[in-house]
Design a protein around this ligand. Sequence first.
Ligand SMILES: *[C@@H]1O[C@H](CO)[C@@H](O)[C@H](O)[C@H]1NC(C)=O
Ligand SMILES: *[C@@H]1O[C@H](CO)[C@@H](O)[C@H](O)[C@H]1NC(C)=O
Length: 544
Amino acid sequence: MTSIMDHTKLIFLLLETVVAATAAGGGQWALLQRSIGVSAMHMQLLHNDRVVVFDRTDFGPSNLSLPVGKCRNDPDEKALRVDCTAHSVEYDVAANTFRPLMLLTDAWCSSGTVAPDGTLVQTGGFNDGERASRTFRPCDDCRCNWVEVPQALAVRRWYATNQILPDGRAIVVGGRRQFNYEFYPKSPDASDLRTIALPFLRDTRDAVENNLYPFVHLNIDGNLFVFANNRAILLDYTKNTVVKTYPKMPGGEPRNYPSTGSSVLLPLKPSPKEAEVLICGGAPMGSYVQALQSRGFVRALDTCGRIKITEAAASWSMETMPVPRVMGDMVLLPSGEVLMINGAAAGTAGWELARDPVLTPVVYRPERPAGARFDIQSPSTTPRLYHSTAVLLRDGRVLVGGSNPNVNYNFSGVEFPTELSLEAFSPAYLSPAHSARRPRIVTSPSPLRLSYGKRFSLQFTAGAVGDEGVRVTMVAPSFATHSFSMNQRLLVLETEAAAKAADSGTYQVMAMAPASAILAPSGYYMVFVVNGGVPSESNWAHIQ
Ligand SMILES: *[C@@H]1O[C@H](CO)[C@@H](O)[C@H](O)[C@H]1NC(C)=O
Ligand SMILES: *[C@@H]1O[C@H](CO)[C@@H](O)[C@H](O)[C@H]1NC(C)=O
């Protein structure tokens, strides 16, 4: 059956040639760190512009030592019981430096949110970490570290999804063999310690699962959109009722782990009356078993489904991407576009089960008419497959890390070596060609303090503001792992036309903070001024 693989490879080679020839060269890549010593399986940007990065603990030594004298001494560890290497780092974006963090329990394939006070709250994993919670409260003096509670969850959660709720708690949905959800942190109320059944997760599980890391989005009506395998529901988690069952996505192919696609809640319009979800890529049914049995690597899905989740008779619109992609990340850009990045054109998620890395990011422009939405960007040179990640930074770049399809850290003798580097992808809007239009926020304090439904002003400079005026967008930093960015959310705010202050080059724009914690759960967001598609660096803002 190698012919399948050869065939796929051939098609892909042809495709790559076409892609290379038509690439407009949008966007730019830069290597930030050749090695941070740890492969970036999970990443979260915090409001002090530091990114918490972590991997598993159970593969043996990483390439980064813990500070002198510090070692993990874990009798439950699977690989190395006394381990003097780090499995997590804090990356300082502005300084482009990193320091090792002490992660004790195994955070393999875990999930997370950021609490309203800016603390990373992270749950689950494997082995001694399967019921753990881990918090990381950001600091500027490099003295903060992980605080872990090994038995915090009601049940084990491996490959679960977390979503921040309007009340500031996280809901933890699913995980391997968990057809239920729970909340974290727990209140002293005993009812909070149990799990709540979600049969949808049992119903969407097939022979190889294909429904792990379900795609969860907080809808503008306060319910949760939950997509698993090839279909979705709208869940009222407060009453544990399914409010709506959406039609199966056309084609019926699986989109969740290990047939890993990606999903975003598309940018919410000012005072939104509707919300849309976009789900792209994945692997056709059977890909996992075929790759596992060395019978070849099936071409990844090249389709996206887009659906208005707020509509009574919601239905999927299907679109075709310029390149097939499994294990791609989707990142909301401050300009309101969606960046698709990382992943492979053949195979699935899982150890060494993918081939044909897709090196070209694609930008999706949701506001353009169907058929004219995809733009191919400049290629990277680094394959980023299983266990790679991408997150938006405050300055509009996208931080890209990870890829380790191997059970261990292997740097030779394998098809795709363990990747310890960090790169930044700068979307085309950062090109010097746009510097005249680029706004610069000047006078606002950072973080801005926002109140629900209250107006606030931003002062900025810009060479010229076009007739279409400026937009103000607000982006939640998300928890990225396994091609899904949990809590990713972009709101376009209501604004009044920007006015130029007399006798100065400064503009002022009045914007309206989102009306409620349903639209924007309390916490830290990046607020951008966008001028004709070109964003400023953002200011951190805290809303409550
Ligand atoms: C990681 O460490 C190993 C063993 O010391 C070394 O061979 C390898 O080159 C290192 N890799 C990176 C990317 O630093
Ligand atoms: C990968 O690394 C592990 C641990 O260092 C080693 O046992 C294994 O042989 C390596 N695999 C390959 C293919 O080199």
